[in-house]
Design a protein around this ligand. Structure first.
Ligand code: BTN
Length: 254
């Protein structure tokens, strides 16, 4: 395989063997003039974090733990769309390097055979009406065997190697994600979210299914209709009322 085929993403790379969190380092770099496309990547995180301040298990040498800095000239309300753009890039990359069929669970989980293989954490540095930087954290379980996961997540987590039955090159996985991401990011900046939305929906697990969404305002059950042009999830409840969900934990197959 040739080297990284991008013009911007990953052209500056900060690699370290072990860090508390690549996300934290990327935030610091982004605030100190890092160029667009700067990638922070590590072999191990000792304090990896997920959404809602959850811990993200990031053991040494078997995963892809990385944070990407983007600097789009857009208003801050567009930031959540980057989670969905990244999710499409990740599923396309998995399809390119394996024979697997990954799916997306709104907003930020990538599943294979119903188990989580990747999580995405999109964070923002913004002034009132413009984005300074978007920090996109991607945690992908690549070469784990099941014993590498803590006991309490062994039933819900998986890795590319577990599902594929063979180890993969992490470098190739990273390159492929960056290449897919750059194509989709370019498409998005040219044509907006509509083409991404169609791709995203073609990979989504929950569309048309009954789901339960736990939000900070309570729990909503109903049928997932799809996402809005902004990337917000729409759920229709039993009374036919359509709810727009900005942030929640989702249970599918209820
Ligand atoms: C989630 O599913 O809740 C998101 C998980 C995001 C994990 C990645 S790993 C690289 C980056 N650094 C972190 O501390 N978190 C993100």
């Amino acid at each position: 395989r040739l080297g990284l085929q991008t013009s911007t993403l990953g052209q500056v790379i900060h690699y370290e063997e072990s860090v508390p969190s690549t996300q934290k380092i990327a935030h610091d770099l982004a605030g100190n003039g890092a160029v667009e496309g700067t990638l922070v990547i590590a072999d191990e995180q000792t304090a990896g974090r997920g959404r809602l301040m959850r811990e993200w298990h990031s053991s040494l040498g078997n995963g892809v733990w990385m944070s990407l800095i983007l600097k789009p000239h857009l208003p801050p309300q567009k930031a959540p769309q980057f989670t969905l753009i990244t999710a499409v890039a990740v599923v396309q990359a998995i399809e390119e390097v394996t024979e697997l069929q990954p799916q997306i669970k709104w907003p930020n989980d990538i599943l294979i055979n119903g188990k989580k293989v990747t999580g995405i954490l999109t964070e923002l540095q913004a002034e009132s009406d413009k984005i300074n930087s978007i920090i996109i954290g991607i945690g992908m379980n690549v070469n784990h065997s099941i014993e590498h996961f803590p006991d309490d997540i062994q039933s819900i987590a998986t890795s590319l190697a577990i599902e594929q039955g063979a180890q993969l090159s992490r470098a190739e996985v990273v390159q492929t994600i960056l290449e897919r991401m750059e194509s989709l990011y370019t498409l998005y900046m040219k044509e907006g979210f509509t083409p991404i939305k169609l791709l995203w929906e073609s990979y989504a697990v929950s569309i048309g299914k009954r789901i339960r969404a736990r939000t900070i305002n309570g729990t909503i059950e109903g049928t997932a209709l799809g996402i809005t042009a902004d990337g917000v999830l729409k759920i229709e409840d039993q009374e036919g009322i359509v709810h727009q969900i900005y942030s929640a934990d989702i249970e599918v197959n209820i």
